[in-house]
Design a protein around this ligand. Structure first.
Ligand SMILES: [Ca+2]
Ligand SMILES: [Ca+2]
Length: 404
């Protein structure tokens, strides 16, 4: 009996040990692990965000763990207690870091959050945190062709003018309710009695002649980063035989045209090209911007009708008032003057545009295009120092829709 008991005890002990060991084996890991990858927004120069802190918050016990991403943008959380987690991260880019990643030197705050990530024992979960922030950059005038062209018989042709507007930001911009206007004032000493704009001392506003607006209720006209639209004076093929075969542009594919509806039908409505809204007009048959060098502004106004109307200096009773636009409504500005000696005729406040460009001559087919500052993942980021002298190149021929 004794030895049996002893043997039994040994067997029992062995069985118990085996059971214990097998129990431990079956029990498996008690924690889960999570791999977090942190990605920059689309259109950034890098795909993954390295060296950023990622926080894991257990929503049950409020326990926090923090890891830093590798150069490849990966943060590993091992041995997390099973539960429901929130992962979050934030990145502050200073001006030079933002410049490197987006092409635009504006400091920017990015963040990302992923809630309700379930972590179970033995699970390996992968979480992607896609950083987001306000887009940097904005709408800019990419190209203006205002000079017009010569005809075969030496005549002047100016119906082929166009303005190209470009999304120079990292995100979609809705063009709905964007306004475009030409600025009051002569471009230089065209006639001997010409004087600079009477509003030159007001550096807080721009005074404009005519205003056009892109229609839409808010999100009807998205423009992707690196994309542009063309606004034609007339959305037709100007090289057509009956127009001007020497014109440098076919604008039949323009996105918009400035159709100036009149009883006498002096401006034609190209049926294929949608028309901008004519909010205010003081021109003639067409929206002809001066071939001597226009000032052009892009702006947004919540209530256009509330903008001040200023009597035309010296011709209050004869000519229509001009519209006063506060400078802080202006998104972008471009100034061209008659020639290099016309600087005193500047119309646009220096804070909006510190310089100006000028063509060699009227009807020269010359065009002005914004310089490419850098290319980020195939997207051209355009120079925008608020100085047309610095930001634009003079071209011998316009390049609507391209940089070639
Ligand atoms: Ca027109
Ligand atoms: Ca049309």
């Amino acid at each position: 009996m004794k030895s049996f008991n002893f043997k039994t005890r040994i067997v029992c002990f062995l069985l118990a040990s085996l059971w214990f060991a097998s129990c431990e084996k079956d029990d498996g890991p008690r924690d889960g692990s999570v791999t977090v990858e942190v990605r920059y927004p689309e259109n950034y120069g890098e795909e993954y965000a390295g060296s950023v802190e990622v926080k894991a918050l257990n929503s049950l016990n409020q326990e926090e763990s923090i890891r830093t991403t590798s150069a490849a943008g990966i943060a590993e959380f091992e041995k997390l207690t099973p539960g429901n987690y929130t992962f979050s991260t934030g990145v502050s880019l200073n001006e030079s870091e933002a410049e490197e990643l987006t092409g635009i030197g504006d400091a920017i705050q990015l963040s990302a959050l992923e809630m309700n990530v379930q972590v179970a024992a033995g699970n390996e979960v992968v979480v992607t945190l896609l950083l987001a922030g306000s887009p940097v950059g904005g709408l800019v005038i990419k190209e203006i062709y205002y000079t017009g062209s010569k005809t075969a018989s030496g005549g002047n042709y100016f119906s082929d003018q166009f303005i190209e507007i470009y999304n120079n930001s990292t995100g979609i911009i809705y063009l709905d309710s964007l306004c475009i206007a030409d600025v009051y004032g002569v471009s230089g000493l065209i006639n001997s009695n010409n004087v600079p704009t009477e509003f030159q001392d007001d550096q807080d506003a721009v005074y404009v002649n005519s205003v056009w607006r892109i229609p839409g209720s808010g999100e009807d006209h998205p423009l992707a980063p690196g994309e542009s639209i063309i606004i034609a004076q007339d959305g037709v093929d100007h090289t057509a035989e009956e127009l001007n075969p020497l014109s440098p542009v076919d604008l039949s594919g323009a996105d918009w045209e400035t159709f100036n509806e009149r009883a006498d039908n002096r401006d034609a409505d190209a049926p294929e090209v949608p028309n901008l809204e004519r909010l205010y007009f003081t021109g003639g048959f067409d929206w002809l911007i001066t071939v001597f060098g226009p000032g052009i502004v892009l702006f947004k106004a919540n209530d256009f009708d509330k903008l001040e109307r200023i009597p035309y200096p010296g011709y209050e009773d004869v000519l229509d008032p001009r519209i006063k636009i506060p400078a802080d409504f202006v998104l972008d500005a471009f100034e061209a003057l008659k020639d290099g000696n016309s600087g005193t005729f500047k119309r646009i406040p220096v804070a909006l545009d510190a310089g100006f460009v000028y063509a060699d001559d009227t009807y020269s087919s010359q065009s002005f295009r914004r310089k490419v500052a850098k290319t980020i993942q195939g997207r051209e980021v355009l120079e925008d120092t608020n100085n047309s002298s610095e930001d634009f190149n003079k071209l011998d021929s316009p390049t609507p829709g391209s940089f070639e």
